[in-house]
Design a protein around this ligand. Structure first.
Ligand code: GLU
Length: 460
């Protein structure tokens, strides 16, 4: 039996961090088992779907190098892979259930259903559809949805994270599988596709755990083979412990990580550890190591809180292990104003300070913009002049500059901090910069000296 897994993201907003995490676990498992990874687009919510969001899903998964074997853009033996293109299939399957008496048409209006729900609330009992349309359908109505007749009893399944699961289906009311507009509900389309596409393991977020009994009852009713097992992965919580909200939490938006200069391989490493632990202190893993070591038994059950500090640490470590030329290549899109040679010269200094690529912009923007000269106190101005003297005849590269400045610091009688801070300010307009000798060496000598001189001779 060959393993087949899938993700089924909905193109209803920007690409979500949860999609990356679910995709990662699916890919790790597929690779471990030499299986197939399917990308299915769950686009049955016609009001909220946008093609550009679908493109964002592709783009972000490609950025993370989480490639799929079958999908809308690549085809495959079970195409189409966009649910909106499979509507006939869902209708056909629903017809089958209707014919077999396993589903029935429901003519209830939203108002009538709301009234039922309110009544249940009033009587303090959990709400379940009354089955009015099964036992006593109202006559003369044209608009109908299709409801699944829940067989009840116990639904059990294996969850690779949580073990053997048991749900009491007597608590589940008959639910809608085809809406009155003819579209399937998620609860119907998803298991139909899982079964038809021969998905063997359904690996998805914990928010879907309670959907599984619904979906298994449908798979059983349709006479399909069930997936072998499910795995419900812990929810990712925001840094403040709240549910990830697209509006309030930047960490929800996958594209933002790229914009900020997180390396895709570092983000994957971080995501693997968010919810799973190897049982050893190791924290940095190549992708192949993750494939070897990942196991569902070591996935935590509780929600996993996003930790920027840890991600930044991991990303910094990845940045430091990149070859200088590779790092320069990755920095290019962040620094369109600089040529590669300049970027390469900055790299030894950047590497010691950066935990994300976008920081290079803050460190280097003084190279293409002219900072406003600060007003210097007389004794500070004096020290800047001493620096100019020290730098005048020095060979223009970091080591020589450093040696010359250190000498000037010694002669000045103040500490390095006090001597260098105004230099940074004059050269970059900032209090924090790359090490001072790099800050200087990266500027052409004339410009560096011009900025220093200008600050010591402010116009009246
Ligand atoms: N569209 C659903 C989601 O993105 C798919 C859930 C599933 O994997 O079944 O959460």
């Amino acid at each position: 039996m060959s393993v087949r897994v899938r993700i089924a993201p909905s193109p209803t907003g920007f690409a979500h961090l949860g999609t990356a995490s679910t995709a990662l676990y699916n890919v790790l498992f597929a690779r471990q088992r030499g299986g197939t990874f399917v990308l299915r687009i769950d686009d049955t919510d016609i009001e909220r779907n946008r093609p550009e969001y679908e493109l964002l899903i592709y783009e972000s998964l490609r950025w993370l190098d989480l490639g799929w074997d079958e999908g809308p853009d690549r085809g495959g033996p079970h195409q189409p892979y966009r649910q909106s293109e499979r509507l006939d299939q869902y209708r056909e399957q629903a017809e089958r259930l209707l014919t077999d008496g396993k589903a029935y048409r429901c003519y209830c209006t939203p108002e009538e259903l709301e009234a039922e729900r309110k009544q249940a609330q009033l009587e303090k009992r959990p709400y379940k559809y009354s089955r009015r349309c099964l036992t006593n359908p109202p006559a003369g109505r044209a608009v109908s949805a299709v409801r699944f007749k829940v067989p009840g009893g116990e639904v059990t399944f294996t969850d690779m994270v949580r073990g053997e699961m048991k749900f009491d289906a007597d608590l589940i009311g008959d639910f809608i599988i085809i809406k009155s507009d003819g579209y399937p509900t998620y609860q119907f389309a998803s298991p139909v596709d899982d079964a038809v596409m021969k998905i063997t393991h359904v690996i998805r977020g914990e928010e879907h755990l309670s959907n599984t009994p619904y979906q298994l009852m449908l798979i059983d009713a349709l006479g399909y083979e069930r997936p072998i097992a499910y795995a419900h992965m812990p929810l990712i919580l925001a840094h403040d412990g709240a549910k990830l909200s697209k509006r309030r939490h930047p960490e929800a938006n996958l594209i933002l990580f790229r914009e900020q200069g997180y390396l895709p391989e570092a983000l994957l490493n971080y995501l693997a550890l968010l919810g799973w632990n190897p049982g050893t202190p190791q924290e940095l893993f190549t992708f192949d190591e993750l494939v070897q070591k990942f196991s569902f038994e070591r996935v935590q059950h509780a929600g996993a809180r996003f930790d920027w500090e840890k991600l930044n640490w991991i990303n910094g470590e990845y940045i430091r292990t990149l070859d200088d030329s590779e790092l320069a290549r990755r920095l290019q899109s962040f620094l369109p104003n600089l040529d590669v040679a300049t970027i390469e010269r900055a790299i030894p200094a950047l590497k010691t300070r950066m935990h994300k690529l976008a920081q290079a912009v803050d460190y280097l923007d003084y190279l293409w913009s002219d900072p406003t000269p600060p007003v210097l106190e007389p004794d500070t101005s004096e020290r800047v002049r001493a620096a100019i003297d020290a730098l005048k005849d020095v060979s223009w590269e970091p080591a020589a500059i450093e040696a010359a400045l250190e000498k000037a610091v010694q002669q000045s009688g103040v500490g390095k901090g006090k001597f260098y801070t105004p230099l940074r300010d004059v050269l970059t307009g900032k209090k924090v910069s790359l090490p001072i000798h790099y800050t200087l060496a990266l500027l052409p000598r004339e410009i560096a000296l011009f900025r220093l001189q200008r600050a010591t001779n402010p116009p009246d």
